[in-house]
Design a binder for this molecule. Structure first.
Ligand SMILES: Cc1cc2nc3c(=O)[nH]c(=O)nc-3n(C[C@H](O)[C@H](O)[C@H](O)COP(=O)(O)OP(=O)(O)OC[C@H]3O[C@@H](n4cnc5c(N)ncnc54)[C@H](O)[C@@H]3O)c2cc1C
Ligand SMILES: NC(=O)c1ccc[n+]([C@@H]2O[C@H](COP(=O)([O-])OP(=O)(O)OC[C@H]3O[C@@H](n4cnc5c(N)ncnc54)[C@H](O)[C@@H]3O)[C@@H](O)[C@H]2O)c1
Length: 493
């Protein structure tokens, strides 16, 4: 016997809840199936606890580090409870705890958390099952000393020496936080630098800031094993073994693995692969009519805001199928809550390199330390804005900001890129004084200074290279904010 719904959503995380709330508020009956907790990764083991930790560590530092960890859990649990209660109360929305599996193109079986199985049927199914941390095997490391983002926020006491494997977004954010709480922190990455999806300039600033705070950085390095008796972590670089002493915890943050297994995707004929996740178009449609996929389980999303944006497009598609579905997926901005913050908007460097001849691109860099008075008043150590723009036209293609509140500042550029607002128009905007955002004015100033006195030359270059294909794709980085469909690498791969 199948219970009937208009839409079944698998996963009550950032993406799934967006669809469920959107459709139920439009009067559609929605079943949301969740294996663990309402809120998914973001509320429970991701954005919310990590940002609370970062904020608390900044505010309270070494005064009461274990109290900070307790406060992170208190706030996380309170939010989880509030969300669970609120979603449970929404009319037309049935929240069902259990593990879901597709049994046909319109039917889902749920192994209920309370025991037993329930069968559901709907004309639309949305898969939003997210991702989990990729695991590493470290010989000799006892299980209780191995942490991931799923366990690190449960620590009752702050580690004495935390070794973080992986210098991506998770590793970097948590390295700053635990260092501020008084842990000795060592970072180990197999790559030659941190934040490999960002511009090298951004990684350099973050590396300098971490090093200044006493974080040990080990690049091109792998972890060999752990000696419990000595609490020693063996690492290897260029064939040489070194030892990190008194390591009480190892945090593994080496990327993500999509939650695809046990979903019955093959049985229903949904196109997916382990590397790229479920293939979906810019409106979340998979190759199977009526089945959608959004968020971390797809190729194109790695953030809460992108899962949310995709969820809203699915709501539009399902509720208003007569509206045109022609807009491409937007570029998703990214924000890394390091100290200083790193934020990006627009195209990836790889995409730039494939679509534009290098001669057509003008790169402008404004140093927030020396070129803004706010940098001076605040004794800023690291900060800049880098903008890649089309010569002559001032069309903004790609932006990286490193600095305080970069995560807030980036939205102006996100708007400019999406709405085709050029640097000529940003030049006319008045920015309050003294702010870091006055650096945006400096970017526009620099563009005008380099363009207007040389209009003829800029025009000639523009006309010559406007349609020219680049000779070859350079070895370039792919910023996190890149439209993920255009990435060649995915988080954790
Ligand atoms: C430490 C950390 C910090 C982060 N910080 C940020 C940040 O600051 N900003 C940002 O934008 N993003 C951040 N992210 C990324 C963000 O958390 C994810 O991109 C986002 O949660 C993805 O949403 P989702 O809906 O795709 O999946 P999820 O939120 O992971 O939700 C998927 C849900 O599906 C459930 N599920 C899985 N399989 C099944 C099944 N078979 N049946 C039923 N339920 C199932 C899971 O239990 C889960 O609740 C962070 C991630 C981590 C790990
Ligand atoms: N502020 C945010 O938006 C935010 C914050 C945290 C996480 N996230 C999301 O979570 C996801 C995962 O982040 P992550 O940091 O785990 O992955 P990541 O892909 O960003 O970084 C993984 C790092 O681990 C390194 N690595 C891989 N294997 C290794 C090995 N065996 N030994 C040593 N180093 C190794 C890689 O070189 C890379 O630098 C990202 O997609 C991100 O979007 C977002």
């Amino acid at each position: 016997m199948y219970d009937q719904f208009h839409t079944i959503v698998i996963g009550a995380g950032s993406g799934g809840l967006t669809v469920a709330v959107g459709l139920s508020s439009l009067g559609k009956s929605v079943a949301v199936l969740e294996a663990l907790h309402v809120g998914g990764d973001c509320t429970n083991v991701g954005c919310v606890p990590s940002k609370t930790l970062i904020h608390q560590a900044e505010e309270r530092g070494t005064l009461d580090p274990d109290g900070v960890l307790a406060e992170v859990r208190r706030k996380r649990d309170a939010l989880r409870e509030k969300e669970t209660h609120e979603f449970g109360e929404i009319p037309n929305l049935s929240l069902i705890f259990g593990r879901a599996r597709l049994v046909s193109r319109t039917q889902v079986a749920v192994r209920l958390a309370e025991g037993g199985e329930r069968m559901l049927q709907a004309e639309n199914i949305v898969i939003a099952t997210g991702a989990r941390p990729r695991k590493l095997v470290i010989p000799g490391l006892p299980e209780q000393r191995m942490l991931t983002n799923e366990t690190v926020f449960e620590l009752p006491v702050v580690p004495h020496h935390l070794a973080i494997i992986g210098g991506g977004v998770i590793g970097v954010e948590l390295a700053f936080a635990f260092r501020k709480l008084g842990s000795h922190v060592s970072m180990i990455d197999s790559s030659p630098r941190l934040l490999t999806r960002h511009l090298p300039e951004a990684a350099e600033a973050i590396e300098a800031s971490l090093a200044a705070k006493g974080v040990e950085l080990h690049f091109k390095t792998s972890v060999q094993g752990y000696d419990e008796a000595m609490q020693a972590l063996q690492i290897e670089r260029n064939g040489k073994i070194a030892t990190l002493h008194e390591v009480d915890y190892v945090l593994v943050a080496v990327g993500r693995q999509r939650n695809l297994d046990g979903l019955g995707l093959e049985d229903v004929g949904i196109t997916f692969d382990l590397r790229n996740g479920i293939a979906a178009d810019s409106y979340g449609r998979t190759n199977v009519p009526g089945i959608y996929a959004i968020g971390d389980v797809t190729t194109t999303s790695a953030f809460t805001h992108s899962a949310n944006a995709q969820g809203r497009r699915v709501v539009q598609r399902i509720a208003f199928p007569w509206l045109p579905a022609t807009t491409p997926e937007p570029f998703y901005p990214s924000a890394t809550f390091a100290d200083p913050e790193v934020a990006t908007a627009g195209m990836s460097q790889r995409d730039l390199a494939t679509r534009y001849h290098p001669a057509l691109i003008k790169r402008i860099r404004v140093d927030l330390v020396t070129q803004t008075d706010r940098g001076y008043t605040d004794d800023l150590q690291h900060g800049f804005i880098i903008v890649d723009t089309v010569r002559l036209t001032g069309k903004i293609l790609s932006v990286t900001i490193v600095g305080p509140r970069a995560s807030e500042m980036i939205s102006l550029f996100t708007l400019a890129i999406q709405e085709g607002i050029s640097l000529y128009r940003l030049y006319r905007v008045v920015y309050p004084y003294p702010t870091f955002s006055s650096g945006i004015q400096k970017v526009a100033d620099a563009f005008m200074r380099e363009t207007l006195p040389n209009l003829r030359g800029e025009l000639a270059t523009y006309l010559r290279y406007r349609w020219a294909r680049p000779a070859r794709v350079a070895d370039v980085t792919v910023p996190v904010g890149a439209r993920a469909a255009e990435r060649t690498m995915l988080p954790g791969e």
